[in-house]
Design a protein around this ligand. Sequence first.
Ligand SMILES: Cc1cc2nc3c(=O)[nH]c(=O)nc-3n(C[C@H](O)[C@H](O)[C@H](O)COP(=O)(O)OP(=O)(O)OC[C@H]3O[C@@H](n4cnc5c(N)ncnc54)[C@H](O)[C@@H]3O)c2cc1C
Length: 407
Amino acid sequence: MAVDLTPDDAARSVAERTRAFVRGTVLAVEREHRGSAHALPEQVRLDLQAAARQAGVFCPHLPPRWGGLGIDRRGQALVFEEAGYSLFGPLALNIAAPDEGNMHLLAAVADPDQQERYLRPLAAGLIRSCFAMTEPAPGAGSDPSALATTARPVSGGWVLNGRKWFTTGADGAAFAIVMARTSGQPGDRGGATMFLVDTDAPGLELVRTIETLDEAMVGGHGEFLLQDCFVPADRVLGAVDQGFDNAQVRLAPARLTHCMRWLGLARHAQDVALDRAAGRRAFGSALADLGMIQQMLADSEIEIEASRALILRAAWELDSGGRAAQSTSVAKAFVAEAVWRIVDRSLQICGSLGVSGDLMLGRYLREVRPFRIYDGPSETHRWAISRRAVKRRAQERDAAVRGALPA
Ligand SMILES: Cc1cc2nc3c(=O)[nH]c(=O)nc-3n(C[C@H](O)[C@H](O)[C@H](O)COP(=O)(O)OP(=O)(O)OC[C@H]3O[C@@H](n4cnc5c(N)ncnc54)[C@H](O)[C@@H]3O)c2cc1C
C-alpha cells in the first residue's frame, strides 16, 4: 500500500487556527502560571476550553457525534504539534493526557450507556479522568503482567483491592479507568480487566499526590489505595480478562499523541534559541554565526524534521487500520529522546538566561524528561523493536532457505 502522509485541508485549517489561538491566548496563561498545572484552578481550565471552543479548535480528535472535529491521526499530528507549542495548549483543546487517550479508549470499547455516562461529559470538558495501571513494586510497571491489583466477583459486581501510583490527573478526576487482575497470578500475560471507577466510590482513596520533576499536567500524579472498593458489574470496560488487549487500543495511539504534543514544545524551545542566537553577540559576531552554535541549531532542525516524519508515518498506519505497534514504538523512543536534546540545546544556546526564570526553558526541560519513562521507557521500546527485528530477519532467512526470497 502506498504511504500517504498528507493531512487533509480541513486539518490544515484547524492547525492554522490552533497556531493563532495558542500564540494569541494560551501562552500568556502559561506564563502567568509558570507552566505549572498540578494545582491549576479549575476555572482556568474551563476558561481556556471556552476560548478554544470560540476559536473553533476544541476537541479536534473526536468524531462529530461526540462534539469533536473528526480529524484523523495525520491531521492530529499537525494540530497537536501546534497545541503543544504551549504547555497549556493541549489542555485548552481538550487533547491533554490522559483524557485524550481515555476518550479514544471509551469511543472504541465502552458500551453505549458507559459512553453517555463517561465519554460525553469528558468530551465536553465538563469532567476529567485518569488511567490507573502502574503500581508500586513489585506490581505493574514496564512489565504490565506484574499486575497485582485484584478484582473479585461478588453479587452485582466486583470488589477491587490494591495500590496504584503515578495516576496522572488523579486529583480532581471524576473517574478512573482501573486495571485489575480478574484471573491468574502476577507474571501471567492475561487475566486483566478494565473497570470504570467513580473517584467518590467508597474504598477508593487518593492517598497522596506525588512530588515530581514535571508539573504541567492538571491533577498531578496520584497514588490510589483500593480497599474493598465495590464496582457494579455494568462498569466493566470491555470484556472480562481482555484488559491487556484493550490497553493496546489505547497505548499505541496515546504514545503517538504524546510525541505530537512534545514535538510542539521542542519547536517552541528551538524558536527561543533561534531568536537568542540571532540577537546575542559574542566575540565579534552573532551567536548564530558561530560554528558550534550552528551545529546545535542544525541538529535540532534535523531532529524536529525526523520526529515529524516518524510521527506522520505511524499516524498513517493507524489511519489505515494498522496496530502500528512497531512504528509507534520507533517514534516514541526517538521523539522522547530528541525533544530532550532539542530543549537542552536551546537552554545551552541561551546561556545563563536559559537557566533563569525569565524564560520557560528550564520548566520545559523538566517537563520533557519523564516522557522517556512513561508510555514505555526507551529501553522497553528498544527491547521490543530489537526482538521484532531479530524475528523478521529469521523469517527472511527461512524464506531464503525455502527459495522464496534471495538471502
Ligand atoms: C510523569 C509520569 C506520568 C505517568 N502517568 C501514568 C498514568 O497516568 N497511568 C499509569 O498507569 N502510569 C503512569 N505512569 C507510569 C509509567 O507508565 C511507568 O513509569 C512506566 O511504565 C515504567 O514503569 P516503572 O516506573 O514501574 O519502571 P520499572 O518497570 O521499574 O522500570 C525501571 C527501568 O527499567 C528499565 N527497563 C524496563 N524494561 C526494560 C527492558 N525490557 N530492557 C531493559 N531495561 C528495561 C528502564 O530503564 C526503566 O526506566 C507515569 C509515569 C510518569 C513518570
